[in-house]
Design a protein around this ligand. Sequence first.
Ligand code: GTP
Ligand code: MG
Length: 631
Amino acid sequence: MIVATAGHVDHGKTTLVRALTGVDTDRLPEEKARGMSIDIGFAYADLGGAQLVGFVDVPGHERFLRNMLAGVAAIDFALLVVAADDGVMPQTREHLAVLDLLGIRLGAVALTKADRVDASRIAGVTRELHALLAPTCLRDAPSFPLSSTTGVGIDALRRHLGAAQQGRAARSRDGNFRLAIDRSFSVAGAGLVVTGAVLSGSVQEGDALLLSPAGVSVRVRGIHAQDRPVASAGAGMRCALNLAGDLKRVDVSRGDWVVAAAAHAPVSRIDVRLRLLADADRPLAHWAPVQVHLGAASLSANVVLLQDRTLAPGAQAYAQLALERPALAMHGDRFVLRSQSGQRVIGGGVVIDTTAAGRRIARPLRLARLSALDRGEVGKALAALLEVETAGIVLDEFVLARNLSEPQAASLRQSVEMQVVTVGGSTHAMHSRGWRSLQDRALALVEAWHAQHPDSLGIAESLVLGQLRGEALAPLARAAVRALLEQGALVRDGLLLRLPGHRAELAEQDGALLAQVVALLQPAGLRPPIVGELAAALAMERAALMAFLERIGRLGYLEQIASNRYFLPQTVTALAAIALSLAQESAHGEFDAASYRNRSGIGRNLTVEVLEYLDRAGYTRYANGRRRMAQ
Ligand SMILES: Nc1nc2c(ncn2[C@@H]2O[C@H](COP(=O)(O)OP(=O)(O)OP(=O)(O)O)[C@@H](O)[C@H]2O)c(=O)[nH]1
Ligand SMILES: [Mg+2]
């Protein structure tokens, strides 16, 4: 468990932490000289639980609010410190607002300096605090009148903290590891050490992680968790990690992260639910400049209001944060906003979506997405998102944004009514209803083609996929066609799709001439004769034969490879299969023209024509002298 102090300057936070733990968290010479905390300090105490309780002592002075915010980013328990003589002061309110924006429900009030006042004053301040806490997440926090100088009341608070630690359910270690760095330093002989709170997941000695957002690979040489050397640690602990790696040119500082590789996804726009504090001076305007505190990071940003033109004090709305530089954020992360002019806390909220914020999406769809994703229960959120995103979603993005573990993702796949399609390592999903209508639509397209072109063998697959593109993400559209082929609801002939019952009806003369052409093409295998040779063999005018081939080609009986070459559909299929097997055999899924020529044996010139045709037909993709399969 991690406990953080909060409260007005000089109200006795540091003295109380020392009374509870024996540790003076004011370590900087300047802090000692001024008798005032400047940066966050750390201490640990054994309160009878399996682990030590970690304390983060924050500075109360308004000038060091930024440090306070870095300290409370990932705490479990808030210890609001109020001096009984002073009572509620500005930073009492401001720190309480921060704790409320962060959604911290577990906490207690320490009424310090009780030795300086009488019982009626204690009762008065307690009443005032009760009213102050009532509208916040901390409304149930009990008060402990105490004196850190005489020691009266300290034991009662210590017992309460111990009981809170034991009564608290252990945090889940599911999901990717994320540690928000609040300090970083070099230790002679050991190298780089970073400390911070673990927001999610777990870490073991030897793990390969990334410094983020820089994206530098590191390895974990050693771990201290809650002040003790350990082999592994997880969410809800403060950790010090000794990191190895190529760190000479990296500048690691507060606000950076150490994360599992999968969680390294910096974004410069985040969609959020934002609340402006009721006591904010003025409404928040569109594009207002703000300071965003996220994890231990602090960044400049502008607020893009997605609903009304302004946000009134006390109101809540969906908005987008346009960050000055890329940062890490995940669904459910809390943030606090300060005004850039006054430096006051003005609001904060919850990260809802990091996956679509950078994309251009019409505002109504964005808002619909946000209210879908804003549902707490993950299955409900996914189901609602699939209703909104009728063309389907990249399921991997959803799983990552929620930081779900593999078993959690698997059970999600079971519980939500959707079609999941995995191609080439990425997973897409679509509502089951949408999946069925996508298939119906594909069938309807083929049927309509047959009705309009009774003499055509079928419709080009690329044409069907092109028509489906507006209704489904490309991998889902391709999968829908593939499913219909597997079910036998569609048949593929070369590059064409047709219904199994469809029989093309050619005029008698055309049928006879086609049979003669097929008889010449078939025995030639992968190197069929060119149009001039066919015309000579058939004793026909080249122009007349050309006109016939063009017409019959459009109907799908033959495929035009180059200006003077028509191939049988099955020849095209065989040529494409050679490309596929070359790509599959190579380590990087690529091949060059020379290896295609060797494998096919069709000679250099024809190889060029065939490969260019395969590019055009959408089978292969050319880049830098090599080709890979397009799908
Ligand atoms: N009489 C009395 N004095 C106290 C008590 N607690 C703290 N003090 C005194 O109050 C002064 C401020 O205490 P700190 O613990 O430094 O206050 P703080 O909240 O940490 O201050 P910042 O970190 O600067 O916000 C010190 O002189 C303490 O000795 C108490 O319970 N009784
Ligand atoms: Mg202090």
